[in-house]
Ligand binder design. Structure first.
Ligand code: CTP
Ligand code: MG
Length: 203
């Protein structure tokens, strides 16, 4: 599923009508998932053929999960990451489906030095050796994801793995893709367009 609802408050307005190369962000994501061979692709949000989204991201995800009652695995992706690739999805599927895990997520090693701060004062430097920055798509066994959603209805988790972790689910980490950026602020759209142009220049 591609989640494309929300208000885009940091962007300065909803993101569901944005395009790259003339193609809406959510549509680009759907095209990648169809190319991978995913059986059913649903979009959540105010787009043609979309399912109504919810107040919080997790509510939109739940609407999408409920739309595919027979799926064994569900793959959840932010329309705000339109530079997702077939290779990344393939890595993720390989990390989850053949293995004895409840899900898999893409992670990138943190290369910046990370510090814990309070107001404008440094409290400590965090050991980054075991830290990863996490992206979407994220894949889970549908039954486990539903149980995770039910277990903590009040928590406004920013990703689905966070909920699955809370119920003790096992989540594998696959190598993320640095070019799979998220469009959060207006400048991110320009970066995504530049990545798109670089890719179209590749032989
Ligand atoms: N999303 C959603 N439903 C919501 C909130 C977010 O489907 N209620 C989706 C967005 O469309 C986006 C992804 O979740 O593809 C990640 O959300 P984010 O980038 O945070 O988008 P917004 O929540 O719209 O933006 P902001 O947090 O800046 O308000
Ligand atoms: Mg948000």
């Amino acid at each position: 599923m591609v989640v494309a609802a929300g208000s885009g408050s940091r962007f300065g307005g909803p993101k569901h009508d944005l395009t790259i190369g003339g193609v809406p962000l959510w549509q680009r994501c759907c095209d990648v998932f169809r190319a991978v061979g995913i059986e059913t692709v649903v979009v959540v949000g105010d787009v043609p053929g979309g399912i109504a989204g919810g107040e919080r991201r997790r509510d939109s995800v739940l609407a999408g999960v409920e739309a595919v009652p027979d799926a064994e695995w569900v793959l959840i992706h932010d329309a705000a990451r339109p530079m997702v690739t077939v290779d990344l999805v393939d890595r993720l599927l390989a990390a989850a489906i053949p293995n004895d895990v409840d899900g898999a997520i893409p992670g990138l090693k943190v290369t910046d030095t990370v510090k814990r701060v309070q107001r404008d004062r440094v409290v400590e430097t965090v050991d980054r050796s075991d830290l990863v920055a996490v992206q979407t798509p994220q894949i889970f066994r549908r039954s486990v994801l539903l149980e995770a959603h039910r277990s903590a209805p009040g928590l406004d988790a920013t990703d689905d793995a966070g909920l699955v972790e809370l119920i003790g689910g096992t989540v594998a980490v696959a190598a993320g893709d640095p070019s799979n950026i998220k469009i959060t602020y207006p400048d991110d759209l320009a970066r995504a367009k530049a990545i798109d142009e670089e890719r179209s220049e590749e032989p």
